[in-house]
Ligand binder design. Structure first.
Ligand code: ZN
Ligand code: ZN
Ligand code: FE
Length: 739
C-alpha cells in the first residue's frame, strides 16, 4: 500500500523467509527506485497467501513523495530508435522508470492531474498502457506518445515558426555553427557544436562569458573516452539516472579550445532526454552529420537563474541565439544540471540540482534507529537555512527530514533574488512546512541575510565556515566534536574580518577557531581578487617595497606594483584576509598566472590543472602558536614558491609542491590540535576542497598519521552546502544539546 509516509509492505512466512525477503528487497527494486529509510514491525499473521495492492491512503506526509527527474532509460531509448515501434522518434517518451518528475509538478501529491502533463489527455493506446498492470508504463504519470503528447517546434529568435522537421533542422543548424536555445527538463540550454571553435567563441561573446568553462554533452560513453580519462566511479556517475555533469580529466582528442580555456578538465554529461538522443543519434541522419559533442550551458544571462518558460526565453535569451527549439510541456520548477567530481575515489557533489532534488536526507543515519525525539515530535519547529550569496541553495528541516532545495545561484541580480523568494515558497509549500526559524549567514552585506529577515520570524546566525563544518558533520551523521580545515574563498568571520583558511573545533551546536592562515592583504580589495598578482606582490613585499629580484614574477604588471604597495603601506583599500582561496590565487600568480581572472577560482583551477602528479616535494611549513591559536605562515609559503620559480623550477613542479605544502599545513595544524584535544576526526570542507589534488594529498597525509578523515560526498563542499549546515546548527543549538 502507498501511503503519504511511504510504502507499507506486509509479508507473512517463516522467520527465515521473512528475513530473506527483507535482505533481498533492496536489490529487487528496479533503478532508480531505492529505499531511503525503513522500519520493521512484527504483526500478527493472518494466514493470507495472495498478493494484492491496496488503494493508496492520504495523510500526513513524512517522506519526500515526489521523485527527482530521471534520465531516459535504455528501453525507452531503444523504442525511440526502432522504426517498428509506435514511439519511433517521439522525443518525450517516458515510462514508470524514467522521465521528468520534480520539474513538472504543479502541486502535491505527485499525480498526473497536478503536473504539467495534465495539459495532455492520453490517447486510447496510452490509456491502455497506463491501466495494464504488466505494462512498463502502468501508472506512469508522464505517459504520452506522438498522438497525444507534447510537441517540439523550431522558432526564430522572435518566436516565428521555422519550416521543416524541428529536430532535423536543429541538427543542421548546430552543425552549421549556429547557437540554439533548447528547452529541456529543468530549463533552457544554450547549445552549439563543441568542436566548432568559431561557434564556441560566438557563444562566449554573446553570453558575455569570457573564459569560464562550458559543460558539454557528448554522444555516448565511448565518445567521452576519446576526449577524457574515465574511471569506474566516473562511468557509474555519467550513466546513472541522475546523469549529472561530471568533471573529468581531459585527455586524447580535443574539443574547441574555447570550451574550457586553460583547463585540464572538462565538464561532461551524457544525453539524458529522448530529445538529446535524437540530436546526437538521429536514425535518419548519417552519423557524421550529427554533432558528436555539444556545448550545453545553462540558458541564462551571466549569473542569473536558468530560464524556464518560452516567454522568458524569448524575452531574455533571444539576442543570444539563432533559433529556439521549444516544446509545449511546461517546465514548472527549475532545475539546473547537477555537477559531480570523483575525489579520492568518492563521488562528490558540487551542485545538487536536477536528478537529486527534491530528495532529502533523514536526520538519523539511513537504516539506523531513528532519532526518537524527532520521530515522536513532528511539531518541533521547522527551520529554513537561507544559504549564502554565492551558489545559493536553500534547505529545510521538518521533523526528521532535511531537504535541500535546487541550485538558485548567485544572488547579485534582482532576477536571482526573486527566484530565491520563489524557492522558499516552493520548498516550504511542497513540504507543507511553515518555518519557525530562519538560519542565516551573518554577513551584513549578504542578500540572503537581509531577504531572510524580511520574513519577520526568529533568526539564528550561523557563521559561514562553521556552517561548512556542520554540513559535513551532518553528512556523516556525526555529532562531533571534530577538527576541521575550512578552506574557501571568503566568508564573514566572528571578528568581522574576511576568513577563509580556518581551523575549527566544532560540534553541531558550537565551535571555536583554533587556528588560521596568517592574515595577508588584498591590495585594492575586489581588484586583488580579479588580479591575483596584486596579492602576490603584497605577500612578497618587504617593508612596502618589492625586492627587485621578484620583478620577473610580476609579468606585465611591474610598473604598477609600486602603486599597490604604496596603498598597502598606507592601508588604503587593502583588507586583510586569511582566505585559502586567495592564497591559492597568489601561488598561481607566482607560478605564472599574472593575467586577470574572469571568474571565481580561475587562477586556482589553473594551478591545479598544471600540477605535476608525480612530484612529492614540499616547502617548509611554519606553524606557530599565538596564544592558544595556531597560525600558519602564509607568506613564507608564497616566498618559497617565488624562490623556486626564480631558480627555474618547472611551473608544474612548483604547483605540486605548493599543493603538498598546503596538505602538510593541515596535517601539522591538526596534529597540534589533536594532541591538545584528543580528537582524531578531521573534516575537510570549503570550496578549496573541490581541488582534487589538494584533497587527495591532504587525506593521504592524514590517513598516514592515523586520523579519521571526513570528505564531502552527498553535500557540496562549496557554498551550495551551507544552508544544510546552517539549519542543522540552528536546530542543535535550539535543542540545547548536541543531537
Ligand atoms: Zn523509460
Ligand atoms: Zn498517446
Ligand atoms: Fe564558503
Amino acid at each position: 500500500m502507498n501511503t503519504a509516509a511511504g510504502v507499507i509492505i506486509e509479508v507473512e512466512g517463516e522467520p527465515g523467509q521473512c528475513d530473506r525477503f527483507e535482505k533481498e528487497l533492496p536489490y529487487a527494486i528496479p533503478a532508480p527506485g531505492r529505499i531511503e529509510t525503513q522500519s520493521v514491525n512484527a504483526v500478527t499473521p493472518l494466514g493470507e497467501t495472495d498478493f494484492r495492492i491496496e488503494s493508496s491512503v492520504q495523510g500526513e506526509r513524512s517522506v519526500t513523495p515526489i521523485p527527482p527527474d530521471v534520465a531516459v532509460c535504455r528501453d525507452c531509448v531503444r523504442e525511440l530508435l526502432d522504426p517498428a515501434n509506435r514511439r519511433y522518434l517521439y522525443p518525450f517518451t517516458t515510462c514508470t522508470l524514467c522521465g521528468p518528475r520534480f520539474t513538472v509538478v504543479r502541486s502535491f501529491p505527485y499525480d498526473r492531474e497536478r503536473t504539467s502533463m495534465a495539459d495532455f489527455t492520453m490517447c486510447p493506446d496510452c490509456s491502455r498502457e497506463y491501466a495494464t498492470p504488466d505494462d512498463r508504463r502502468f501508472h506512469s504519470q508522464t505517459n504520452s506518445c506522438s498522438v497525444c503528447g507534447p510537441r517540439v517546434t523550431l522558432v526564430d529568435p522572435e518566436g516565428n515558426a521555422l519550416h521543416g522537421d524541428p529536430i532535423r533542422e536543429t541538427i543542421a543548424l548546430l552543425k552549421a555553427g549556429q547557437i540554439l536555445g533548447i528547452k529541456g527538463i529543468g530549463g533552457f540550454h544554450l547549445a552549439c557544436d563543441a568542436s566548432n571553435e568559431k561557434a564556441v567563441a560566438l557563444l562566449r561573446q554573446r553570453k558575455g562569458r569570457a573564459e569560464k568553462p562550458f559543460a558539454v554533452m557528448v554522444r555516448d560513453l565511448e565518445t567521452v573516452k576519446q576526449y577524457c580519462l574515465v574511471n569506474g566511479a566516473e562511468e557509474i556517475l555519467l550513466t546513472s539516472a541522475v546523469a549529472p555533469i561530471v568533471l573529468l580529466e581531459a585527455q586524447g582528442k580535443m574539443l574547441a579550445e574555447g570550451v574550457a580555456p586553460l583547463m585540464g578538465t572538462l565538464g561532461v554529461m551524457l544525453p539524458y532526454t529522448p530529445l538529446h538522443h535524437l540530436l546526437f543519434n538521429h536514425p535518419a541522419i548519417r552519423k557524421n552529420d550529427c554533432p558528436e559533442a555539444l556545448v550545453m550551458t545553462s540558458g541564462n544571462r551571466s549569473e542569473e537563474p536558468i530560464v524556464r518558460s518560452d516567454d522568458e526565453a524569448l524575452d531574455r535569451l533571444s539576442d543570444l541565439v539563432d533559433a529556439f527549439l521549444l516544446h509545449d510541456r511546461e517546465i514548472v520548477l527549475r532545475a539546473d544540471d547537477s555537477i559531480f567530481r570523483v575525489i579520492a575515489g568518492q563521488p562528490t557533489v558540487f551542485r545538487r540540482s536536477r536528478g537529486l532534488v527534491p530528495g532529502g536526507f533523514s536526520w538519523a543515519a539511513p537504516s539506523s534507529e531513528s532519532d526518537a525525539r524527532c520521530k515522536s515530535d513532528p511539531s518541533s519547529v521547522v527551520i529554513l537555512g537561507a544559504g549564502g550569496d554565492l551558489k545559493n541553495a536553500l534547505a529545510v528541516i521538518k521533523g526528521d527530514q532535511v531537504v535541500p532545495g535546487p541550485h538558485v545561484g548567485d544572488l547579485a541580480s534582482p532576477v536571482a533574488q526573486d527566484y530565491f523568494k520563489q524557492s522558499v515558497e516552493v520548498l516550504t509549500g511542497y513540504l507543507e512546512a511553515v518555518p519557525g526559524v530562519i538560519a542565516v549567514d551573518p554577513h551584513p552585506e549578504y542578500f540572503s541575510n537581509s531577504l531572510a529577515r524580511e520574513a519577520e520570524i526568529p533568526v539564528e546566525e550561523v557563521f559561514h565556515h562553521y556552517a561548512h563544518a556542520v554540513s559535513l558533520l551532518f553528512q556523516e551523521r556525526l555529532s562531533g566534536p571534530a577538527l576541521f580545515a575550512v578552506f574557501d574563498g571568503t566568508g564573514y568571520g566572528t571578528d568581522g574580518t574576511i576568513w577563509g583558511g580556518e581551523f575549527l573545533i566544532a560540534d553541531r551546536s558550537t565551535f571555536s577557531r583554533a587556528g588560521h592562515l596568517e592574515l595577508f592583504a588584498l591590495p585594492g580589495g575586489e581588484a586583488a581578487i580579479r588580479e591575483p598578482v596584486r596579492i602576490l606582490a603584497g605577500l612578497l613585499a618587504d617593508d612596502g617595497v618589492l625586492p627587485e629580484k621578484f620583478f620577473p614574477l610580476m609579468g606585465e604588471c611591474k610598473d604598477r606594483v609600486k602603486f599597490w604597495l604604496e596603498a598597502l603601506k598606507k592601508g588604503l583599500n587593502c583588507p586583510m584576509t586569511s582566505s585559502a582561496g586567495r592564497l591559492f590565487d597568489a601561488a598561481a600568480a607566482a607560478v605564472g598566472y599574472t593575467r586577470s581572472v574572469t571568474y571565481e577560482g580561475q587562477a586556482a583551477m589553473w594551478l591545479e590543472g598544471m600540477a605535476a602528479k608525480e612530484e612529492d616535494g614540499e616547502y617548509p611549513v611554519r606553524c606557530t602558536h599565538r596564544g592558544k591559536t595556531l597560525v600558519v605562515d602564509s607568506s613564507a609559503l608564497i616566498l618559497s614558491v617565488a624562490r623556486d620559480m626564480l631558480n627555474a623550477t618547472q611551473p608544474g613542479i612548483a604547483s605540486a609542491r605548493f599543493h603538498n605544502s598546503m596538505a602538510r599545513a593541515v596535517v601539522q595544524t591538526v596534529g597540534h590540535l589533536a594532541e591538545r584535544t584528543g580528537i582524531r576526526v578531521v573534516g575537510l570542507t570549503g570550496g578549496c576542497f573541490q581541488n582534487k589534488i589538494l584533497t587527495e594529498r591532504t587525506k593521504a597525509l592524514l590517513d598516514a598519521n592515523g586520523f579519521h578523515v571526513l570528505l564531502h560526498g552527498t553535500i557540496p563542499p562549496n557554498d551550495g552546502g551551507i544552508a544544510i549546515g546552517q539549519a542543522v546548527a540552528a536546530r542543535s543549538r535550539r535543542n540545547g544539546r548536541v543531537s
